[in-house]
Design a protein around this ligand. Sequence first.
Ligand code: CU
Length: 269
Amino acid sequence: MFFRMTAFAAALAVTGAASAAPQNWQVGMQPAASPVMARIEDFHTLLLYIITAVCLFVAALLIWVMIRYNQRANPVPSKTHHNTLLEMAWTLVPVAILVFIAVPSFRLLYFEAEIPKPDVTIKAIGKQWFWTYEFPKDGDFQFDSYMLTDAQRTGTGEPRLLGVDHPVYVPVNKVVEIDTTGADVIHSWAVPAFGVKMDAIPGRINRTWFKATALGTYYGECSELCGANHAFMPIEVKVVSEADYQAWLAMAKKKYAADPGATRVAADN
Ligand SMILES: [Cu+2]
């Protein structure tokens, strides 16, 4: 079972798709692979310019005060205790900056929150400590997705602590709705390259979405501390062409519907 799935993944890998995972010594974010993440990066860059300017301005004021108004340069201190114009300025200028930031911030929040009509709907159920994926509209099957052990990883090229036995497949350039919930405690379904991080809370369904813009393998991790193996329930999403997705769907429907417990084999290793 497990090996047949791996062979299928290997066949798809021939299409030359890239892999998006954290790199050693990485400082910045993973390259954006969805419209939401592209906007998050733009917003992040805008904020970086603003906070850099604010920091430089405040640092310059501090240095100026230290040099111009130290005891040696200014032996007789001023008795000034207020200055209406200055106080208005240091209140209103930060307000103006915050309002300026709020506009793109809310625009981004609503862009994330308003889910376009989905082409694919996937239910991601966080469990201690793995993910169960359901495809309620494309054939109504489900399967479990466990992290690969070091022994299982050998020869697969899967990254340590990120590769899973049964990745989720999604078609490229299609809107994928993720409905997530927790079966036991709070988990969080997160894939950085898609700009997605949604708490998986028992008793409710949280919805989010992404539209992967490039073929490849994308990794994420449970992002809500959920117990002993919190760090060992990664997320692996394979973004494939529509034809490859249909091929996977046909195979998955048969395999998982015929034997819903099949994934247990991998789980018990
Ligand atoms: Cu978790």
